[in-house]
Design a protein around this ligand. Structure first.
Ligand code: UDP
Ligand code: MG
Length: 407
Protein backbone atom coordinates (compact mmCIF):
# COMPACT_ATOMS: atom_id res chain seq x y z
CA UNK A 1 0.00 0.00 0.00
CA UNK A 2 1.55 3.33 -0.98
CA UNK A 3 1.17 6.63 0.87
CA UNK A 4 -1.99 7.79 -0.91
CA UNK A 5 -3.85 4.54 -1.39
CA UNK A 6 -6.83 3.94 0.83
CA UNK A 7 -7.06 0.53 2.46
CA UNK A 8 -10.00 -1.79 1.86
CA UNK A 9 -10.39 -2.74 5.50
CA UNK A 10 -10.04 -0.75 8.74
CA UNK A 11 -9.96 -2.43 12.13
CA UNK A 12 -10.87 -0.12 15.01
CA UNK A 13 -9.78 -1.09 18.53
CA UNK A 14 -10.45 1.12 21.59
CA UNK A 15 -7.98 0.48 24.39
CA UNK A 16 -7.81 1.72 27.95
CA UNK A 17 -5.03 0.34 30.14
CA UNK A 18 -4.41 -2.74 28.01
CA UNK A 19 -0.58 -2.70 27.94
CA UNK A 20 -0.23 -6.49 27.97
CA UNK A 21 -2.93 -7.07 25.38
CA UNK A 22 -2.16 -4.67 22.55
CA UNK A 23 0.91 -6.37 21.10
CA UNK A 24 -0.47 -9.96 20.99
CA UNK A 25 -3.77 -8.61 19.67
CA UNK A 26 -2.08 -6.64 16.90
CA UNK A 27 -0.14 -9.73 15.89
CA UNK A 28 -3.30 -11.83 15.70
CA UNK A 29 -5.07 -9.17 13.66
CA UNK A 30 -2.12 -8.88 11.30
CA UNK A 31 -2.02 -12.64 10.70
CA UNK A 32 -5.75 -12.69 9.89
CA UNK A 33 -5.60 -9.61 7.64
CA UNK A 34 -2.59 -10.90 5.71
CA UNK A 35 -4.52 -14.13 5.08
CA UNK A 36 -7.51 -12.15 3.77
CA UNK A 37 -5.14 -10.63 1.25
CA UNK A 38 -6.76 -7.18 0.94
CA UNK A 39 -5.19 -3.85 1.93
CA UNK A 40 -5.86 -2.95 5.56
CA UNK A 41 -5.10 -0.61 8.42
CA UNK A 42 -5.43 -1.17 12.17
CA UNK A 43 -6.46 1.81 14.28
CA UNK A 44 -5.77 1.56 17.98
CA UNK A 45 -7.47 4.35 19.90
CA UNK A 46 -5.77 4.83 23.26
CA UNK A 47 -8.49 6.22 25.48
CA UNK A 48 -6.18 8.12 27.85
CA UNK A 49 -4.51 5.03 29.36
CA UNK A 50 -2.46 5.57 32.50
CA UNK A 51 -0.32 2.47 32.01
CA UNK A 52 2.17 1.87 29.19
CA UNK A 53 -0.39 1.15 26.47
CA UNK A 54 0.58 4.22 24.45
CA UNK A 55 4.32 3.52 24.77
CA UNK A 56 3.84 -0.07 23.60
CA UNK A 57 1.70 1.10 20.67
CA UNK A 58 4.16 3.83 19.65
CA UNK A 59 6.99 1.33 19.66
CA UNK A 60 4.92 -1.12 17.62
CA UNK A 61 3.98 1.58 15.15
CA UNK A 62 7.66 2.20 14.38
CA UNK A 63 7.85 -1.31 12.90
CA UNK A 64 4.33 -1.75 11.56
CA UNK A 65 3.12 0.19 8.53
CA UNK A 66 -0.47 -0.87 8.91
CA UNK A 67 -0.86 0.62 12.36
CA UNK A 68 -2.44 3.97 13.17
CA UNK A 69 -2.36 5.06 16.81
CA UNK A 70 -4.73 7.71 18.10
CA UNK A 71 -4.19 9.02 21.60
CA UNK A 72 -6.87 10.81 23.65
CA UNK A 73 -5.97 13.59 26.06
CA UNK A 74 -7.85 11.83 28.81
CA UNK A 75 -10.18 8.92 29.36
CA UNK A 76 -13.33 9.75 27.37
CA UNK A 77 -14.93 6.31 27.23
CA UNK A 78 -15.18 3.38 24.88
CA UNK A 79 -17.85 5.00 22.70
CA UNK A 80 -15.79 8.14 22.08
CA UNK A 81 -12.79 5.95 21.27
CA UNK A 82 -14.83 3.92 18.78
CA UNK A 83 -16.33 7.07 17.27
CA UNK A 84 -12.89 8.63 16.76
CA UNK A 85 -11.66 5.37 15.18
CA UNK A 86 -14.60 5.33 12.75
CA UNK A 87 -13.93 8.96 11.93
CA UNK A 88 -10.27 8.33 11.05
CA UNK A 89 -10.86 4.98 9.33
CA UNK A 90 -10.27 5.09 5.60
CA UNK A 91 -11.38 1.61 4.59
CA UNK A 92 -14.68 0.88 2.87
CA UNK A 93 -15.26 -1.96 5.32
CA UNK A 94 -14.75 -1.42 9.05
CA UNK A 95 -14.44 -3.90 11.91
CA UNK A 96 -14.63 -2.89 15.56
CA UNK A 97 -13.43 -5.09 18.40
CA UNK A 98 -12.30 -4.97 22.03
CA UNK A 99 -8.63 -4.59 22.81
CA UNK A 100 -8.47 -7.16 25.58
CA UNK A 101 -8.24 -10.36 23.48
CA UNK A 102 -11.77 -11.38 24.50
CA UNK A 103 -12.95 -11.02 20.89
CA UNK A 104 -11.14 -13.21 18.39
CA UNK A 105 -9.74 -11.72 15.14
CA UNK A 106 -10.21 -15.17 13.58
CA UNK A 107 -13.92 -14.27 13.21
CA UNK A 108 -13.16 -11.31 10.93
CA UNK A 109 -13.24 -13.16 7.56
CA UNK A 110 -16.70 -14.63 8.23
CA UNK A 111 -18.02 -11.26 9.38
CA UNK A 112 -16.81 -9.70 6.12
CA UNK A 113 -18.35 -12.52 4.09
CA UNK A 114 -21.67 -11.96 5.78
CA UNK A 115 -21.41 -8.23 5.07
CA UNK A 116 -20.96 -9.08 1.39
CA UNK A 117 -24.34 -10.83 1.42
CA UNK A 118 -25.73 -7.32 1.15
CA UNK A 119 -25.80 -6.26 4.78
CA UNK A 120 -24.59 -2.94 6.18
CA UNK A 121 -23.91 -4.17 9.69
CA UNK A 122 -23.07 -7.62 11.01
CA UNK A 123 -23.17 -7.91 14.80
CA UNK A 124 -21.20 -10.50 16.73
CA UNK A 125 -23.15 -12.62 19.21
CA UNK A 126 -21.15 -14.01 22.14
CA UNK A 127 -23.39 -17.01 22.66
CA UNK A 128 -20.81 -18.75 24.84
CA UNK A 129 -19.88 -15.65 26.77
CA UNK A 130 -16.84 -16.14 28.99
CA UNK A 131 -17.70 -13.65 31.73
CA UNK A 132 -19.08 -13.94 35.26
CA UNK A 133 -22.62 -15.39 35.39
CA UNK A 134 -24.49 -13.19 37.87
CA UNK A 135 -22.76 -9.87 37.37
CA UNK A 136 -22.33 -10.06 33.57
CA UNK A 137 -24.29 -12.65 31.70
CA UNK A 138 -27.62 -12.33 33.55
CA UNK A 139 -27.75 -8.48 33.40
CA UNK A 140 -26.67 -8.66 29.76
CA UNK A 141 -29.51 -11.02 28.77
CA UNK A 142 -32.00 -8.74 30.59
CA UNK A 143 -30.55 -5.57 29.04
CA UNK A 144 -30.58 -7.04 25.54
CA UNK A 145 -34.19 -8.11 25.95
CA UNK A 146 -35.21 -4.60 27.10
CA UNK A 147 -33.17 -2.91 24.36
CA UNK A 148 -34.72 -5.09 21.67
CA UNK A 149 -38.23 -4.34 22.97
CA UNK A 150 -37.62 -0.60 23.28
CA UNK A 151 -35.75 -0.09 20.03
CA UNK A 152 -37.55 -2.71 17.96
CA UNK A 153 -34.22 -4.15 16.78
CA UNK A 154 -34.02 -7.76 17.90
CA UNK A 155 -30.30 -8.44 18.33
CA UNK A 156 -29.10 -10.96 20.92
CA UNK A 157 -25.93 -9.17 21.94
CA UNK A 158 -25.88 -5.39 21.60
CA UNK A 159 -22.85 -5.15 23.88
CA UNK A 160 -20.53 -7.26 21.71
CA UNK A 161 -17.93 -4.92 20.21
CA UNK A 162 -16.98 -7.33 17.44
CA UNK A 163 -19.00 -6.00 14.53
CA UNK A 164 -18.51 -5.40 10.80
CA UNK A 165 -19.78 -2.32 9.00
CA UNK A 166 -19.97 -0.71 5.63
CA UNK A 167 -18.10 2.55 6.21
CA UNK A 168 -20.72 4.80 4.64
CA UNK A 169 -23.32 3.56 7.11
CA UNK A 170 -21.37 3.59 10.40
CA UNK A 171 -19.92 7.02 9.58
CA UNK A 172 -23.47 8.37 9.54
CA UNK A 173 -24.34 7.03 12.98
CA UNK A 174 -23.92 9.65 15.69
CA UNK A 175 -22.14 8.07 18.65
CA UNK A 176 -21.66 9.71 22.01
CA UNK A 177 -21.85 8.92 25.72
CA UNK A 178 -22.02 5.15 25.96
CA UNK A 179 -24.14 4.64 22.90
CA UNK A 180 -21.84 2.02 21.40
CA UNK A 181 -24.28 -0.47 22.91
CA UNK A 182 -26.98 1.03 20.70
CA UNK A 183 -25.16 0.83 17.39
CA UNK A 184 -27.64 -1.67 15.89
CA UNK A 185 -30.63 0.47 16.89
CA UNK A 186 -28.94 3.69 15.76
CA UNK A 187 -27.94 2.08 12.45
CA UNK A 188 -31.49 0.92 11.85
CA UNK A 189 -32.56 4.54 12.01
CA UNK A 190 -30.28 5.39 9.10
CA UNK A 191 -31.70 2.48 7.16
CA UNK A 192 -29.03 -0.20 7.74
CA UNK A 193 -29.65 -3.83 6.84
CA UNK A 194 -28.53 -5.78 9.90
CA UNK A 195 -27.45 -9.38 10.45
CA UNK A 196 -25.94 -11.20 13.39
CA UNK A 197 -23.43 -14.00 13.66
CA UNK A 198 -22.21 -16.18 16.51
CA UNK A 199 -18.61 -15.29 17.38
CA UNK A 200 -15.99 -16.71 19.70
CA UNK A 201 -15.36 -15.19 23.12
CA UNK A 202 -12.45 -15.76 25.46
CA UNK A 203 -11.99 -15.00 29.15
CA UNK A 204 -9.84 -11.99 29.96
CA UNK A 205 -6.25 -13.07 30.58
CA UNK A 206 -4.49 -9.75 31.22
CA UNK A 207 -5.73 -6.54 32.79
CA UNK A 208 -9.16 -5.99 34.32
CA UNK A 209 -12.63 -5.14 33.05
CA UNK A 210 -13.35 -1.43 33.03
CA UNK A 211 -16.99 -1.76 34.02
CA UNK A 212 -18.72 -2.80 37.23
CA UNK A 213 -22.34 -3.30 38.22
CA UNK A 214 -22.99 0.45 37.83
CA UNK A 215 -23.24 -0.34 34.13
CA UNK A 216 -26.82 -1.59 34.75
CA UNK A 217 -27.98 1.85 35.87
CA UNK A 218 -26.14 3.48 33.00
CA UNK A 219 -27.74 1.20 30.42
CA UNK A 220 -31.18 2.08 31.83
CA UNK A 221 -30.35 5.78 31.42
CA UNK A 222 -29.08 5.08 27.92
CA UNK A 223 -32.39 3.52 26.95
CA UNK A 224 -34.18 6.62 28.21
CA UNK A 225 -31.83 8.94 26.38
CA UNK A 226 -32.09 6.87 23.22
CA UNK A 227 -35.86 7.19 23.23
CA UNK A 228 -35.59 10.93 23.77
CA UNK A 229 -33.09 11.32 20.96
CA UNK A 230 -35.26 9.42 18.52
CA UNK A 231 -38.28 11.47 19.40
CA UNK A 232 -36.37 14.72 18.90
CA UNK A 233 -34.10 13.97 16.00
CA UNK A 234 -35.41 11.22 13.82
CA UNK A 235 -37.94 12.31 11.28
CA UNK A 236 -39.95 9.85 9.34
CA UNK A 237 -39.39 10.35 5.66
CA UNK A 238 -39.95 8.29 2.59
CA UNK A 239 -37.85 10.03 -0.03
CA UNK A 240 -38.02 7.47 -2.81
CA UNK A 241 -41.59 6.42 -2.30
CA UNK A 242 -40.49 2.81 -1.81
CA UNK A 243 -41.66 0.49 0.89
CA UNK A 244 -38.59 1.02 3.07
CA UNK A 245 -39.56 3.85 5.36
CA UNK A 246 -36.38 5.51 6.48
CA UNK A 247 -35.84 7.93 9.26
CA UNK A 248 -33.08 10.46 8.98
CA UNK A 249 -31.00 12.51 11.36
CA UNK A 250 -29.66 16.02 11.61
CA UNK A 251 -29.24 18.08 8.43
CA UNK A 252 -32.89 17.99 7.61
CA UNK A 253 -34.13 19.08 10.99
CA UNK A 254 -36.19 22.17 11.06
CA UNK A 255 -35.17 24.25 14.11
CA UNK A 256 -38.80 24.99 14.86
CA UNK A 257 -39.28 21.31 15.38
CA UNK A 258 -37.21 21.42 18.55
CA UNK A 259 -38.76 24.57 19.88
CA UNK A 260 -42.31 23.38 19.62
CA UNK A 261 -41.81 19.79 20.45
CA UNK A 262 -39.53 20.02 23.46
CA UNK A 263 -41.21 23.05 24.96
CA UNK A 264 -44.70 21.72 24.50
CA UNK A 265 -43.99 18.25 25.72
CA UNK A 266 -42.04 19.15 28.80
CA UNK A 267 -43.67 22.29 30.06
CA UNK A 268 -47.31 21.60 29.37
CA UNK A 269 -47.94 19.14 32.22
CA UNK A 270 -46.48 21.65 34.68
CA UNK A 271 -48.88 24.35 33.55
CA UNK A 272 -51.84 21.97 33.69
CA UNK A 273 -50.99 20.65 37.16
CA UNK A 274 -50.26 24.22 38.31
CA UNK A 275 -53.69 25.47 37.28
CA UNK A 276 -55.42 22.42 38.74
CA UNK A 277 -53.73 23.06 42.07
CA UNK A 278 -54.60 26.75 42.35
CA UNK A 279 -57.56 26.14 44.63
CA UNK A 280 -55.82 23.45 46.62
CA UNK A 281 -52.39 24.76 47.51
CA UNK A 282 -51.23 28.05 46.11
CA UNK A 283 -47.48 27.45 46.72
CA UNK A 284 -47.58 24.14 44.90
CA UNK A 285 -49.57 25.74 42.07
CA UNK A 286 -47.16 28.63 41.66
CA UNK A 287 -44.08 26.47 41.80
CA UNK A 288 -45.56 24.20 39.12
CA UNK A 289 -46.32 27.13 36.87
CA UNK A 290 -42.84 28.54 37.55
CA UNK A 291 -41.36 25.21 36.61
CA UNK A 292 -43.33 25.22 33.37
CA UNK A 293 -41.96 28.65 32.54
CA UNK A 294 -38.35 27.67 33.28
CA UNK A 295 -38.66 24.48 31.26
CA UNK A 296 -40.06 26.46 28.40
CA UNK A 297 -37.06 28.82 28.68
CA UNK A 298 -34.55 25.98 28.74
CA UNK A 299 -36.30 24.36 25.78
CA UNK A 300 -35.95 27.50 23.75
CA UNK A 301 -32.27 27.92 24.60
CA UNK A 302 -31.56 24.29 23.87
CA UNK A 303 -33.37 24.13 20.59
CA UNK A 304 -31.66 27.33 19.54
CA UNK A 305 -28.25 25.95 20.46
CA UNK A 306 -28.85 22.62 18.75
CA UNK A 307 -30.00 24.17 15.53
CA UNK A 308 -27.08 26.58 15.62
CA UNK A 309 -24.65 23.76 16.26
CA UNK A 310 -26.03 21.88 13.30
CA UNK A 311 -26.21 24.81 10.95
CA UNK A 312 -22.72 25.99 11.64
CA UNK A 313 -21.18 22.64 12.54
CA UNK A 314 -19.85 24.25 15.66
CA UNK A 315 -20.66 24.37 19.33
CA UNK A 316 -21.24 28.09 19.44
CA UNK A 317 -24.00 27.90 21.97
CA UNK A 318 -23.05 28.77 25.52
CA UNK A 319 -24.19 25.38 26.81
CA UNK A 320 -22.37 23.14 24.37
CA UNK A 321 -18.79 23.35 25.73
CA UNK A 322 -20.09 22.60 29.20
CA UNK A 323 -22.09 19.56 28.20
CA UNK A 324 -19.69 18.21 25.60
CA UNK A 325 -16.45 18.62 27.42
CA UNK A 326 -17.24 18.53 31.11
CA UNK A 327 -20.03 15.98 30.82
CA UNK A 328 -18.90 14.36 27.59
CA UNK A 329 -19.58 10.89 28.76
CA UNK A 330 -23.06 11.31 30.15
CA UNK A 331 -24.91 14.51 31.02
CA UNK A 332 -27.77 12.42 32.36
CA UNK A 333 -25.40 10.58 34.67
CA UNK A 334 -24.59 13.78 36.49
CA UNK A 335 -28.02 15.36 36.51
CA UNK A 336 -30.13 12.20 36.68
CA UNK A 337 -29.28 10.84 40.14
CA UNK A 338 -29.26 14.32 41.71
CA UNK A 339 -32.64 15.18 40.20
CA UNK A 340 -34.12 11.82 41.20
CA UNK A 341 -32.82 12.21 44.75
CA UNK A 342 -34.31 15.69 45.16
CA UNK A 343 -37.66 14.55 43.76
CA UNK A 344 -37.71 11.55 46.11
CA UNK A 345 -36.81 13.78 49.07
CA UNK A 346 -39.60 16.17 48.07
CA UNK A 347 -41.98 13.22 47.97
CA UNK A 348 -41.02 12.11 51.49
CA UNK A 349 -41.35 15.66 52.83
CA UNK A 350 -44.98 15.93 51.67
CA UNK A 351 -45.70 14.56 55.13
CA UNK A 352 -44.78 17.30 57.57
CA UNK A 353 -43.45 19.95 55.13
CA UNK A 354 -46.11 20.43 52.44
CA UNK A 355 -44.80 23.89 51.53
CA UNK A 356 -41.25 22.77 50.83
CA UNK A 357 -41.93 19.49 49.08
CA UNK A 358 -43.33 20.79 45.75
CA UNK A 359 -40.34 23.08 45.35
CA UNK A 360 -37.99 20.14 45.86
CA UNK A 361 -39.99 17.87 43.56
CA UNK A 362 -40.05 20.46 40.80
CA UNK A 363 -36.40 21.38 41.17
CA UNK A 364 -35.57 17.67 40.99
CA UNK A 365 -37.55 17.27 37.78
CA UNK A 366 -35.95 20.38 36.34
CA UNK A 367 -32.46 19.07 37.11
CA UNK A 368 -33.31 15.72 35.53
CA UNK A 369 -34.56 17.52 32.45
CA UNK A 370 -31.29 19.50 32.27
CA UNK A 371 -29.57 16.13 31.95
CA UNK A 372 -31.83 15.21 29.06
CA UNK A 373 -31.18 18.57 27.39
CA UNK A 374 -27.48 17.97 27.83
CA UNK A 375 -27.90 14.64 26.07
CA UNK A 376 -29.57 16.40 23.17
CA UNK A 377 -26.74 18.91 22.89
CA UNK A 378 -24.01 16.32 23.08
CA UNK A 379 -25.88 14.26 20.51
CA UNK A 380 -26.10 17.21 18.14
CA UNK A 381 -22.32 17.53 18.35
CA UNK A 382 -21.60 13.80 18.35
CA UNK A 383 -19.74 13.84 15.07
CA UNK A 384 -17.26 16.29 16.53
CA UNK A 385 -16.21 14.13 19.46
CA UNK A 386 -12.69 13.80 18.08
CA UNK A 387 -12.23 17.58 18.20
CA UNK A 388 -12.52 17.37 21.95
CA UNK A 389 -10.62 14.24 22.66
CA UNK A 390 -7.81 13.49 20.23
CA UNK A 391 -4.37 14.67 21.26
CA UNK A 392 -1.96 12.76 19.04
CA UNK A 393 -2.26 10.73 15.85
CA UNK A 394 0.62 8.47 14.91
CA UNK A 395 -0.09 7.63 11.35
CA UNK A 396 1.93 5.17 9.33
CA UNK A 397 1.25 7.15 6.18
CA UNK A 398 2.19 10.58 7.45
CA UNK A 399 4.41 12.10 10.06
CA UNK A 400 3.28 12.58 13.60
CA UNK A 401 0.39 14.99 13.79
CA UNK A 402 -0.38 16.85 16.91
CA UNK A 403 -3.95 17.96 17.06
CA UNK A 404 -4.39 21.22 18.87
CA UNK A 405 -6.59 21.12 21.87
CA UNK A 406 -9.63 23.12 20.87
CA UNK A 407 -10.45 24.24 24.37
N1 UDP B 1 -12.34 0.69 27.01
C1 UDP B 1 -12.02 1.97 26.60
N2 UDP B 1 -12.33 3.02 27.42
C2 UDP B 1 -12.99 2.85 28.61
C3 UDP B 1 -13.34 1.54 28.98
C4 UDP B 1 -13.02 0.48 28.16
O1 UDP B 1 -11.42 2.17 25.53
O2 UDP B 1 -13.24 3.84 29.29
C5 UDP B 1 -11.97 -0.44 26.14
C6 UDP B 1 -11.23 -1.54 26.85
O3 UDP B 1 -9.83 -1.30 26.87
C7 UDP B 1 -11.57 -2.75 26.00
C8 UDP B 1 -13.00 -2.45 25.56
O4 UDP B 1 -13.17 -1.04 25.70
O5 UDP B 1 -10.75 -2.82 24.86
C9 UDP B 1 -14.03 -3.19 26.40
O6 UDP B 1 -13.82 -2.96 27.77
P1 UDP B 1 -13.85 -4.13 28.87
O7 UDP B 1 -13.12 -5.31 28.39
O8 UDP B 1 -13.43 -3.55 30.16
O9 UDP B 1 -15.43 -4.44 28.93
P2 UDP B 1 -16.12 -5.88 29.21
O10 UDP B 1 -15.49 -6.86 28.24
O11 UDP B 1 -15.81 -6.19 30.61
O12 UDP B 1 -17.55 -5.63 28.90
MG1 MG C 1 -13.58 -7.27 27.89
Amino acid sequence: MNATQKPYLSIVVPVYNEEENVRPLYEKIRTVCEAIGRTYEVLFVDDGSQDNTFEVLSELRNQEHHLVVIRFQENAGQTAAMAAGFEFAQGERIISMDGDLQNDPADIPQLLEKLDEDYDLVCGWRRERQDKFWTRRVPSVAANWIISKVTGVAIHDNGCSLKAYRAEIIKQVPLYGEMHRFIPAMSKVVGARIAEMVVKHHPRRFGTSKYGLSRIWRVILDILAFKLILSIFARQSNPNGNSLTQKSYDNEINPKFHVYRIAAFLSLPFFIIGFLLINVAIIAALSCIGMGISLMGISLITSWSISKAQREAADLSPLAPFFIYRCARRPIRYFGPFGTLLTALGGILTIGFPNVSPILINTGILIFCCGLFGEAIVFANAKRVKDYTVEIVLNAREDVKRIENVL
